[in-house]
Write a protein of this length. Structure first.
Length: 155
């Protein structure tokens, strides 16, 4: 499969079949914010690695680690024309030491309509802000400002 043939709707449907949250800039794009990115970032429940990998096999997305290795490292990559960073840690700390637990973020998730057949599952705006603090790179700080402005506009 080539990148120009990537079936994003099938990808979204696969994500929605497991406990997976689209995070990173693709989540901001789903909210209508004016950012660009070339890859996908997903936070996946640690018990759903095998299920997601199986669902993504028809898209030829190949994991770079076994599920056991991914559980040990807290992450893995799915790749083949597209690049998907998959986080599988039960909790991830922000740069200032706040522990963000997957189960808590999952309980506050929201769905954004992608097509008539598919919805994108993303964290709440407050939780997206926390996920942007996992790395706090320059673009993450700009993304936090976009998210705070969106939150203020929706209030």
């Amino acid at each position: 499969m080539h990148a120009d043939e990537f079936d994003e709707e099938a990808f979204v449907l696969a994500l929605s079949s497991v406990r997976a949250l689209l995070i990173g800039r693709r989540a901001l794009i789903a909210l209508g914010l004016p950012v660009l990115t070339a890859d996908y970032d997903v936070w996946l429940h640690i018990d759903d690695i095998e299920a997601l990998n199986t669902k993504l096999e028809p898209l030829d997305l190949v994991p770079n680690r076994s599920p056991e290795e991914a559980r040990q490292t807290g992450r893995y990559v799915l790749e083949n024309g597209e690049h998907v960073d998959v986080f599988v840690a039960r909790a991830i700390p922000t740069v200032d030491g706040v522990s963000v637990a997957f189960d808590d973020v999952w309980s506050r998730r929201q769905s954004v309509v992608y097509t008539a057949n598919a919805a994108i599952v993303i964290p709440s705006i407050d939780d997206l802000i926390l996920t942007k603090r996992f790395g706090a790179r320059k673009r993450d700080i700009a993304d936090i400002e976009y998210l705070q402005a969106l939150k203020a506009r929706l209030s």
